[in-house]
Design a protein around this ligand. Structure first.
Ligand code: PLP
Length: 396
């Protein structure tokens, strides 16, 4: 397979595995394929790289290695955090979260509702921000856990995790944050944040897919969600995904080492892209707070047209972007995040997320800025060449 050149603006959906990470993983796929739980040396030797990776990802979030549970990714970590809070506090049956969480939280909570638990989804303001006094008031004596994402994957909007963690501490309620969008973009320090539980996923930080972690603060009771062998000190059954865990460790190390310089570069590129789009495309508006936002994300609505048409025409040029979250694109549902922010269905349907990463270049942004305005004009029925096209919408 020889893929055409791509212009990748979908780093919040997944990221390219760093070439160094691929290299580091290969020996564990090709030669060192033993089971780390074995009694013989060929398998047992893998405990060392496994623990080295644990130290690296622990360092990424300033945790202790024993506070890290390796999982199959962000979704499993989030499900497990909420599950554990309920299982270890059977008298508490209420979960407090927000209306703009990733589906790993929202849909798991919907499932829990069917199982008889109570869930409160906090609303957000029109800029995507949370009403913190309302959050505080919504914590009940039977609240088992508060789960609030750090950075929104669709808009990039940041929530004040430190402040929310302090409120939860004051009320003696467990606090989990979905920090999947944070690494490589924000400095993560679980001690400063004051969280009890935190979820990460390797493939959002140039690691492989299918591996992640759940941080469980020392002293916080934990009940396994995935039950089987005694791996991860009995906290997550299943033979360790050694190659991916090694890749995750290196990806974490790289993310930490390059955080400062890379963030500045990505922010500069993002701002150039965003300002360029907002200036050159009439009826383009930014969704979400401008300042309290990830440095790599722009969510922009294009008045009068649907994102699907835009994405299809961009795709013809090799430009990858998305509408809403990857899990819901492909369906016609407008983004639950934008609807929660009070956007009209039309505005939500006309929104495109552009998310940059360390491999984006000035040339990528220039290519997008050259091709996007005529695409929008074409979809609106007035092509740049002056010819009127027949229809306002494009069908797939
Ligand atoms: C991608 C993502 C997840 C899910 O992680 P997976 O590893 O794909 O399961 C959860 N939360 C947020 C904010 C994400 O961006």
């Amino acid at each position: 397979m020889n893929p055409q050149a791509i212009y990748y603006f979908d780093n919040n959906a997944t990221t390219r595995v760093a070439p160094e990470v691929v290299e580091a993983m290969i020996p564990y796929l090709r030669d060192l394929w033993g089971n780390p739980s074995s009694v013989y040396g060929f398998g047992k030797q893998l405990a060392k790289p496994l623990e080295a990776a644990r130290e690296k990802v622990a360092a990424l979030i300033n945790a202790e290695p024993r506070e890290i549970i390796f999982t199959s990714g962000g979704t499993e970590s989030i499900n497990s955090a909420i599950h554990s809070a309920l299982a270890t506090q059977p008298q508490k049956r209420h979960i407090l979260t927000t209306a703009v969480e990733h589906s790993a939280t929202i849909k798991f909570c919907a499932h829990l509702t069917k199982m008889g638990f109570e869930v409160t989804l906090l609303p957000v303001e029109s800029d995507g921000s949370l009403d913190i006094p309302l959050l505080e008031k919504s914590i009940r004596p039977d609240t088992a856990i508060v789960s609030v994402m750090w950075a929104n994957n669709e808009t990039g909007v940041l929530f004040p995790i430190e402040e929310i963690a302090a409120i939860c501490r004051g009320k003696k309620v467990l606090f989990h944050t979905d920090a999947v969008q944070a690494p490589g973009k924000l400095k993560i320090d679980v001690a400063d944040l004051g969280v009890d539980l935190l979820s990460l996923s390797a493939h959002k930080l140039h690691g492989p897919k299918g591996v992640g972690l759940l941080y469980v603060k020392r002293g916080v009771k934990y009940q396994a969600h995935v039950i089987g062998g005694g791996q991860e000190q009995g906290r997550r059954g299943g033979t360790e995904n050694v190659a991916s865990i090694v890749g995750f460790g290196l990806a974490g190390e790289l993310a930490m080492a390059h955080l400062r310089d890379e963030t500045a570069l990505i922010r500069a590129l993002r701002d150039k892209m965003e300002n360029g789009i907002l200036k050159s495309v009439p009826g383009a508006v930014l969704n979400g707070a401008r300042d309290a936002r990830l440095p790599n994300t722009s969510n922009i609505s294009f008045e009068g047209i649907e994102a699907e048409g835009i994405l299809l025409l961009l795709d013809e040029l090799g430009i990858c972007a998305s509408s809403g979250s990857a899990c819901t694109s492909g369906s016609l549902d407008p983004s639950h995040v934008l609807l929660a922010m009070g956007c009209s269905t039309a505005r939500a349907r006309g929104s495109v997320r552009f998310s940059l990463g360390i491999y984006n270049t000035e040339a990528d942004v220039d290519f997008l800025l050259k091709h996007l305005p005529p695409i929008i004009a074409k979809l609106r029925g007035h092509s740049h060449s002056g010819k009127k096209s027949q229809s306002k919408t494009v069908t797939a």
